[in-house]
Design a protein around this ligand. Structure first.
Ligand code: NAD
Ligand code: DAU
Length: 333
């Protein structure tokens, strides 16, 4: 592969993927195509090699624009999405435009241009919650909120595209991802940056009930790269961190690493339709040679240190639009 298009490459996982791929493949050229929504941020790509990286501001819901960007590429990896569950509960129009229509546009452009490989980044949330055991790729999707339903909708369109037209779609379903450059609306960077400022950590539902499986962002990127290069078109691959933790355990870890006390924990009203536990089995991707490498304690220490050392990055974000969202999401709760 010589040239790949990364949609949503100015977001959290997308920007880590761009950096990872440019470092892993010295001949590779990347075109990042991103709408720069509230979550897109060119600061995330500040340190990438400009000689092999081009940025285009554009919307995947605009078919002509995404098709023009994809012309002549060897592959596309789509990270562009509305990605936050709480925002999708406030209103899901943008989620449907990007996560369903945008994905359809990518499939159509790939069919028309003959793009050799189309990797769609999806989520373990499409399975919904599981009380015991883990979902495999054969488990049916049962999404439980507007975000995950829109992601499942995009997946179904794409799989039907493969079935009908042979478009070479590969889907990955990653678990909860953490690391540098994550927009501070998600629980981990929100709690870390709030704790550093001695602000309350708004924990839903007592924190003891809900379980997430934490995946370090570089492990997620390597998993996507493995599926992109070695995966079979028409197939789905789970990418699991193997670190299931109750939200209270995560919160206490953040307090320990920031040197703060439990008085910062503030129990707030639950998220409507809150999925209790996510758990997926990644044996299928492991059979292609991937395995997560980051130990949870080490990944958490690295991540908290990154936010501590990079206030320039998150202080700019926690202003304006963010404060407006925060007020709606938490003060009126
Ligand atoms: P993010 O919100 O940090 O980034 C999303 C990026 O997409 C932003 O740069 C934004 O500007 C861009 N974007 C949004 N709508 C667009 C549009 N219509 N056209 C072009 N660009 C657009 O999200 P993230 O956490 O990095 O997630 C990336 C992908 O990974 C998403 O598809 C998400 O569903 C999936 N995923 C995320 C996690 C996680 O824990 N964060 C886990 C599994 C899967
Ligand atoms: O599982 C993969 C998914 O993980 C991705 O597809 C999504 O894009 C990503 O946002 C994430 O979804 P979650 O809903 O699991 O992540 P979030 O960080 O919003 O919440 C994690 C847990 O923390 C969840 O149980 C809700 C809880 N929470 C979250 C926030 C924002 C709180 O208790 N308080 C909060 O303020």
């Amino acid at each position: 592969m010589k040239r790949i298009v990364v949609t949503g490459g100015a977001g959290f996982i997308g920007s880590n993927f761009v950096r990872y791929m440019l470092e892993a493949y010295p001949e590779l050229e990347i075109v990042t195509f991103d709408k720069l929504t509230y979550a897109g941020n060119l600061d995330n790509l500040k340190d990438v090699d400009e000689a092999r990286h081009t940025f285009i501001q554009g919307d995947i819901a605009d078919k002509a624009a995404i098709k023009a960007a994809m012309e002549g590429c060897d592959a596309i990896a789509n990270f562009a999405a509305g990605s936050h569950v709480d925002r999708s509960i406030m209103g899901a129009d943008d989620f449907i435009a990007t996560n369903v229509t945008g994905v359809y546009n990518i499939c159509e452009a790939a069919r028309e241009l003959g793009t050799p490989r189309v990797l769609l980044v999806s989520t373990d949330e499409v399975y919904g919650s599981i009380d015991e055991g883990s979902f495999t790729e054969a488990s049916p999707p049962r999404p439980g909120n507007p975000y995950s339903a829109s992601k499942a909708g995009g997946e179904l369109i794409a799989l039907a595209h493969f079935n009908t037209f042979g478009t070479p779609i590969i889907i990955t379903r990653g678990s909860n991802t953490y690391g540098p450059y994550q927009y501070p609306e998600k629980v981990l960077p929100l709690f870390v940056t709030n704790a550093l400022d001695d602000e309350p950590l708004p924990l839903y539902s007592g924190g003891e009930n809900n379980v997430r499986d934490w995946l370090y962002v570089e492990d997620h990127c390597r998993g996507i790269d493995t599926a992109l290069r070695k995966g079979r078109p028409g197939e789905i691959y789970n990418i699991a961190g193997g670190n299931e933790r109750r939200n209270m355990v995560l919160t206490r870890k953040i307090l320990e690493l920031t040197g703060k006390g439990e008085e910062l924990i503030q129990f707030v009203k639950d998220r409507p339709g809150h999925d209790r536990r996510y758990s997926i089995d990644a044996a299928k991707l492991k059979a292609l040679g991937w395995a997560p490498r980051m130990d949870w304690d080490e990944g958490m220490a690295l991540t908290v240190r990154w936010y501590r050392d990079n206030e320039w990055w998150w202080r700019k974000i926690k202003t304006g639009e963010f404060l407006e969202y925060y007020r709606k999401q938490y003060h009126e709760r």
